[in-house]
Design a protein around this ligand. Structure first.
Ligand code: OGA
Ligand code: MN
Length: 283
């Protein structure tokens, strides 16, 4: 197995390994790389649904999906992320992540990891270049870049996360949002400690965070915007260009992510299997 770090502050590429049969020693290297690099791509996989789920389970319990109408009929652990339509209807979640976010920050125990396995990748027919890149940004590098005064100011602050919060996250159509609306708001520290590396990470996003406990609304929103923008600065980013067979996984404490929608049905087809691994209460 070969592991190469990307030149960016996050990201690593893993090759020459079959995730259906990873030894404990290789798994330990993958997990360590995952914790340290925030997002990793394991190339050239050919995984059945059961193999994908079994690999994800090595990182922790599988988080159930509430968009039940987009889950795999035989494997409810798998959510289809896809723009493919069948009989005029989306077969999967068609626009997951069109604003910068971290997955499910609006629950008490946000997921440790999200795995996305690429079965079909849209391609520009003229240039042969893949479309639908996913961008990532390091919440740890962003925190490190703050001044000592700002770090001091943020210590102990807690933000209010709400699914249909300030700017309803796109990637949730009307119907999807209605499903999530019952989700009560939760509070999480503005600065999270990574449960494995102990690095401090900024943990706010414009879509979900609608306030900060004990702070006037205007001041809170201005601070959230400032921190959210800091998190996703160009210098903290890695852009993933997809290939069929990529198993990409990201750490929802260490990085934020953003999908791009430069492809269109029916010229372009994108089909991914997503599995979400449960996490712990942020501290
Ligand atoms: C997600 C997500 C990004 C993409 O599945 O949570 O944000 O590029 N996906 O599909
Ligand atoms: Mn997402």
């Amino acid at each position: 197995m070969n592991i190469v770090q990307t030149p960016e502050v996050i990201g690593a590429h893993v090759s020459e390994v079959d995730l259906a049969r990873v030894s404990d020693a290789d798994f330990a290297r993958i997990e360590q790389t995952f914790n340290q690099r925030g997002v990793i791509c394991i190339r050239d996989q050919r995984l059945s649904e059961a193999q994908l789920i079994a690999f994800a389970r090595r990182f922790g319990g599988i988080e159930p999906h509430f968009l039940k109408h987009y889950t795999h009929p035989d494997h409810p652990e798998i959510l289809y992320i896809s723009n493919v339509k069948k009989d005029g209807k989306d077969i999967g979640h068609a626009d997951a992540g069109s604003v910068w976010h971290t997955d499910m920050s609006y629950v008490e125990r946000p997921p440790r990891a999200t795995l996305l396995y690429a079965l079909e990748v849209p391609m520009d027919s003229e240039s042969g270049v893949a479309l639908g890149n996913t961008q990532f940004a390091s919440a740890a590098a962003a925190y490190d870049s703050l001044s000592p005064e700002t770090k001091q100011r943020l210590a102990g602050l807690r933000a209010i996360h709400q699914v249909a919060g300030r700017r309803a996250k796109t990637g949730t159509g009307q119907q999807d949002q209605a499903l999530r609306r019952d989700q009560p708001a939760v509070v999480h520290p503005v600065v999270r400690t990574h449960p494995f590396t102990k690095r401090k990470c900024l943990y706010v996003s414009k879509g979900e965070c609608e306030g900060i406990e004990g702070m006037a609304k205007d001041e809170a929103l201005a601070l959230i915007d400032q921190l959210a923008e800091r998190t996703v600065e160009e210098r903290f980013r890695y852009t993933h260009r997809w290939r069929v067979g990529d198993l990409l996984m990201w750490d929802n404490c260490a990085v934020q992510h953003l999908a791009s929608f430069d492809y269109q049905w029916p010229q372009h087809r994108r089909l991914m299997h997503r599995v979400t691994v449960g996490g712990s209460v942020p501290f």
